[in-house]
Design a protein around this ligand. Sequence first.
Ligand code: M6R
Length: 607
Amino acid sequence: MCGIVGYVGPRKATPILVDGLRRLEYRGYDSAGVALYGDEHLWVRRAVGRIDQLAEAVVGAPSSQMGIAHTRWATHGGITEENAHPHTDAAGRIAVVHNGIIENNSSLRAQLEAEGVVFLSETDTEILPHLIRKHYRGNPLEAVERALRQVRGTYGIAVLFADHPGTLIAARHGSPLVLGIGDQESFIASDPQALVAHTRRVVYLDDREIALVSAGSVQVGRLGGSLEDPNIKLIDDDWGLAELDGFPHFMLKEIHEQGESILRALRGRVQVEEGNAKLGGLNMEPRDLVRVERVVSLGCGTSFHAGLAASLAIEHLARVPADSEIASEFRHRNPIIPKDALYMAISQSGETADTLGAIQEVRLKGGVVMGVVNAVGSTIARTCGAGVYVHSGPEIAVASTKAFTSQLTAMLVFTLMLARTRNLSLDGGRRVAAELQAIPDKVVRYLKNPGPIDEMVRAVTAARYVLFLGRGFSYPVALEGALKLKEVAYIPCEAYPAGEMKHGPIAMLEENTPVIFITSKDDQRDKAISNMREVLARGAKLIVIHPEGDEEVKALAHISIEVPAVADYLSPLLNVIPLQLLAYRAGLVLGRDIDKPRHLAKSVTVE
Ligand code: M6R
């Protein structure tokens, strides 16, 4: 959630660190700080607020070629300069930046206080420089290792010693960290996004690994073990430098990228002639697929919604029982893992702690879990070892948009493979493959003429409450639409399966309450129309997202948004887009911070 950047090399460290933080700002952003080595001392500056505030605070910094930096998203302790990282030991000779949570913070703090340490912040992180100092006998690696042995919890850390110019130490357990290797220079980052401007050669640290990082070389080992030259990987081509490219916000840019990102999720995978598909990363042949008796998606937030839409498609096309589970619930309820089930862990960032916890629970109980991940080389991708990359490219806006459509597309490709091992004929497979291939153009066409979004915006921004309804494939879309509107515009709203409306939420309807009804060409359409009439009878404002050409529905609605018509199981890929635009424009009208909504972080790496 927070961001870490470290640099050692021949160039000036400050601009590299500050620019790196800007690229990570989307992960957590209430305060920030840097520690630089200069003239045998450490120079530390911290600031509350955005990176711009820090950039002002570092004007006049010593010219340094080595430092560490951090953006913070408060967990322990309020948003103050004292609580911002880096934290140092009492002498100011050891500086630490930390992502994660030290669970035995209270007992370690009490011990250190009893030994005379005075704490200057309320953070759990401040334990670390003091503990490292306690164990320091001249060898920085040994001191960090000994300190970490006392710590329970999660960490990704970078440590700077005033006594050891030219060397940084990095370590990870449960919080991502990647090292970048350039020409006579090295980097530490919590996200490859901070590195792509400098190098594509990276080393992903695994849990309980520690690294000695010096200019142009890194050595990595298990905590307590010996250090070795690591395995260097290349950052994927999709993972370019994320720039706005003329768009006012990343969210809008990412919404408009969906024609291309869906195409990338399909490219080289769908075989129209064979009426089939191939996902090499799954390592599953038809003889493996036929043994799958149940598919369970795991994910949080938007990724959970993509899993929900996918599970409906799996049951519909492949006739295999399928569910989607909220990872944060699943991991803690001692779940039953059927032997013949296949679990699919869906995650944009590949770093979500709850999804990772759910994966570990499945594996502990002997289950098989594949990753459906965007961030190449991320913890979930590496933990699963097999799976599907969705290739949507960097998603910077905190509110997920293109990841949803890419995740669902990848899951639909998998559905086609699974269905072909069951009752889906060659002709049926060709139809599905062709329909999938046609989606990117339909997305592009819709985005050119998205309909009266601003009318919807006026209705929801004037309202105290908004209800999203959908049946079947449209229910996950309703959930996703409501999540977007909450996240980006902070408008109170909820989503219900339309058939449930009369079991409770109908009581919320007043004159002009906006009810956003999502529909598709499916066999529940008539029932949906009955629900719409119920909404109208209560004086609510009926807004309908519907396929082009559905004149009956259009005539009923106060506001009607038409999307290109597609098969029902594909409809979430189109229907979600007007809801993304609605959240974006409502957020804009209400003056919200679109790409960095309050209290949220892009990648939730703590429970
Ligand atoms: O990186 P992940 O896909 O695992 O993230 C899961 C959720 O935290 C994420 O989808 C979150 O709900 C977004 N803010 C939704 O817009």
